[in-house]
Write a protein that binds this ligand. Structure first.
Ligand SMILES: Nc1nc2c(ncn2[C@@H]2O[C@H](COP(=O)(O)OP(=O)(O)OP(=O)(O)O)[C@@H](O)[C@H]2O)c(=O)[nH]1
Ligand SMILES: [Mg+2]
Length: 615
């Protein structure tokens, strides 16, 4: 039998945050999400690669688990795969058991537990660079002998850091049962014995991590620092991105005017100018801002700070019926609720998990940024507050805060309505602090930018063109007075929706924009731009920027009401679909849709009526 003739099936198993996904990416050249906290991977991922000797290997990346007693849905995948009971998967030929070499005391226990399964295994000591830097000495030969399996050192983040593993895969896999473990003494005792023999820890205990934690985990100071970090993030997204964004927007508008002037008058020109440049261009402008937000989130994810923030927030969050465990899923929801909702798979308690899923859409996702930014720049004066802050940035922060506070409130209500299934103590592994690598950040941002561009050129483009079509046809009848769009299908739908939305101050143009906004929130902005550009083209042939148009057309009360609407509105069908999938229940998806919609209407109503009465 030659090495090429069969595919070797291997699975990467081990405790959370030991670098399994980093190894997987290095081996297969893929770009699965890697971050410095436990529970990043929640689904199995499959990849293929060839060893230097030409052996074909199929590798599974699995969610991290501390033991085979799974508590959460993601850990159950790992448990079932190792036991060979996972639907649609055969038992792997070789378990590649990965551990964090700086954290052997915690991670070796799982290795010993896995060894009892009696399957062919190799042990991979990852993060060897960190272990060496800290002066941790590991006698791998001795470890190999005591464990009865090959022990390999890797550095998953370095190119060539997996050579030893690749070489090991080229050797014949050990026969099943060869490493059968008969020692049934306490696993903890076994780990201690192994460590005493094979590992020498450095004497120096005062590490940078501990010194940092003294500040960052301080019950009062820690919370203050967390608030400052979050605040800086939002202020930056608004204040720092603005110049780049204006430049970018200006470029798109200038290009639109050029192309428009070059095209002959008629429907094609209207489509290109009103649909593509006004509609899509308005969304494109937000790329710098969205990337800045992601840069912040990515840097936080790699730094190791997030689990600490979760730890700090555990107590305050318990007051509302959540725990610190929900923090990371909720923070991811700032990017998009979909990965946030999927990240809840690492939450143990089913009730905690459901609550987190139901409130995740209240976190302000990046698709809402265009809507917020547009309205804020049109209606909120650019003023300095207290010399350092910018009023527009403050309003943005307030909108994010409103989302967070509402999420906590909603969780509190859900807690009242549902019986608790017991308390869950927060057990979190605090990873080492790490300076985010520029290269990783760049890759992460590139991924984000391409997702955004794919959205823009896919769903947003098609909906914008569709909306342009509906807003243009049918054309006005002979001798019609008033803007042509009033006679179009979209215009009629908008007018037909107005009575329902008038109490919250929405104009018919807003009503039109709400519909395509269901598919992707950014489309609401593109839709408004298209509708206004078409409405304006009668008297003002050159397509205008949206912001001055709405500033002239809407009252401040309407603008505020729309801002508040977007804090709550469940206007994203994909989110509802993911809630259905993750809870496996139409009822929960229905509850989420209904309560978010009701909250949105109520909050907008209060805002609009108060703002009108105020003036
Ligand atoms: N210095 C160093 N960092 C590493 C190494 N391998 C992984 N990392 C970092 O360790 C962190 C965790 O890596 P992941 O690959 O996401 O860990 P995982 O085991 O897949 O984690 P879960 O999916 O949560 O189970 C990330 O911040 C990586 O950049 C390594 O060999 N050296
Ligand atoms: Mg992973």
């Amino acid at each position: 039998m030659t090495a090429e003739s069969t595919t070797l099936n291997i699975a990467l198993v081990g405790s959370p945050n030991c670098g399994k996904t980093a190894l997987f990416n290095r081996l297969t050249g893929s770009r699965q999400k890697v971050a410095n906290y436990a529970g990043v991977t929640v689904e199995r991922k499959e990849g293929l690669f060839n060893t230097p000797a030409g052996r074909r290997v199929r590798v599974l990346d699995l969610p991290g688990a501390y033991s085979l007693d799974a508590n959460s849905p993601d850990e159950a995948i790992t448990r079932d795969l190792c036991r060979g009971t996972l639907a649609g998967e055969t038992r792997p030929d070789l378990l590649v058991c990965v551990v964090d070499a700086t954290n052997l005391r915690l991670h070796l226990r799982f290795v010993l537990e896995l060894r009892r399964l009696g399957q062919p295994m190799v042990l991979v000591l990852n993060l060897m660079d960190q272990a060496k830097r800290r002066g941790i000495l590991i006698d791998t030969a001795l470890l190999q002998q005591r464990l009865g399996m090959p022990v390999i050192e890797t550095v998953a983040i370095k190119s060539g850091g997996t050579q030893a593993l690749l070489a090991a895969l080229d050797e014949e896999a050990p026969a099943p049962g060869a490493v059968e473990d008969t020692d049934d003494s306490d696993l903890h005792a076994q780990v201690s014995a192994l460590l005493a023999e094979a590992v020498t820890m450095p004497d120096r205990t005062d590490r940078l991590d501990d010194r940092l934690d003294r500040w960052l985990l301080h019950p009062v100071l820690g919370l203050v620092i967390l608030a400052v970090v979050m605040f800086l993030m939002f202020q930056a997204v608004f204040a720092w991105a603005a110049p780049v964004q204006n430049l970018f927007g200006g470029g798109i508008a200038a290009l639109g005017a050029q192309v428009g002037a070059w095209l002959p008058e008629g429907p094609v020109r209207s489509l290109v100018q009103d649909g593509l440049f006004s509609g899509l261009g308005t969304v494109m402008e937000f790329l710098p801002q969205i990337l800045l937000l992601f840069a912040f989130i990515l840097a936080l994810e790699e730094s190791g700070y997030l689990p600490r923030a979760a730890f700090l927030l555990d107590r305050p969050m318990r007051a509302s019926g959540l725990t610190g465990r929900s923090f990371i899923p909720l923070l991811s929801s700032f990017a998009c609720a979909i990965p946030g909702i999927m990240a809840t798979r690492s939450i143990q308690g089913p009730r905690d998990r459901l609550t987190t899923i139901l409130v995740a859409p209240l976190m302000t996702c990046s698709a809402r940024l265009p809507v917020y930014t547009l309205l804020i720049s049109a209606f909120i004066p650019r003023q300095e507050v207290l010399g350092v802050f910018n009023l527009q940035g403050l309003v943005m922060f307030a909108l994010y805060a409103a989302g967070i506070v509402s999420a906590l409130g909603a969780a509190w209500v859900i807690k009242l309505l549902r019986r608790d299934d017991g308390e869950h103590v927060l057990l979190l592994e605090l990873p080492s602090y790490r300076l985010p690598q520029l290269r990783d950040l760049a890759i992460g941002l590139w991924e984000r930018a391409s997702i955004f561009l794919r959205r823009v050129t896919g769903i947003i483009l098609s909906l914008t063109v569709l909306l342009w079509f509906l807003s243009t046809y049918p054309g006005p009848p002979e001798g019609a007075v008033g803007p042509a769009i009033d006679y179009s299908l979209a215009g009629r739908i908008g007018h037909w929706m107005v009575p329902f939305f008038a109490p919250i101050g929405f104009t018919w143009q807003i009503c039109i924009a709400l519909i395509p906004g269901l598919a992707a929130r950014e489309v609401a902005v593109a839709a408004l731009a298209t509708v206004y550009a078409i409405s304006a083209s009668g008297d003002d042939a050159a397509a205008q920027a949206l912001s001055p148009l709405i500033a002239a057309d809407w009252s401040v009360a309407t603008a505020l009401s729309l801002l508040v609407w977007y804090v709550y509105a469940p206007q994203c069908l994909s989110t509802i679909a993911v809630i259905k999938r993750e809870t496996n229940s139409w009822k929960q998806a229905g509850i989420a849709t209904f309560y978010l919609f009701a909250l949105a209407y109520l909050a907008s109503f209060i805002t609009y009526q108060t703002a009108v009465a105020w003036r």
